[in-house]
Design a protein around this ligand. Structure first.
Ligand code: 5GP
Ligand code: ZN
Length: 111
């Protein structure tokens, strides 16, 4: 999709620090990391937010996350997956993405 930042990254028009790729999914480092490890997982097919994604595509992204996690020894102690959806969810890039945060002790929501 034109005028979409993450589609431009998929198309190679904007550079990224790629950490995982398969036929359907791309993962790259967040440019403003909020944890020692902060990766964005996206489906290569454009969707604006998670409400617009079909379940098969969501499954493909989560399969990729599992494959990445299983191969990465830095994630054995745990990680957090976050999806911000829409204005009140504080979404800023409108190509659905899943944040993987890890590499340090994250705060509990209740703390
Ligand atoms: P959101 O706030 O929509 O959930 O997350 C968007 C994320 O994209 C933010 O964490 C932001 O730092 C990241 N981001 C914005 N522009 C770029 C970019 O050009 N490259 C990369 N790698 N990340 C970006
Ligand atoms: Zn897009």
């Amino acid at each position: 999709m034109s005028d979409c930042l993450f589609c431009s990254i998929v198309e190679g028009k904007i550079p990224c620090e790629k950490v995982f790729e398969n036929e359907n999914v791309l993962a790259f480092k967040d440019i403003y990391p909020q944890a020692k490890i902060h990766i964005l997982f996206i489906h290569k097919n454009h969707s604006t937010d998670i409400t617009q994604m079909d379940l098969n595509s969501i499954g493909e992204v989560f399969s990729a996350i599992k494959e990445y996690v299983d191969k990465n020894p830095k994630l054995t102690k745990g990680f957090r997956i976050v999806n911000n959806c829409g204005q009140e969810g504080a979404q800023t890039v409108f190509h659905t993405h899943f944040h993987l945060l890890a590499g340090e002790q994250l705060k509990s929501f209740g703390a």
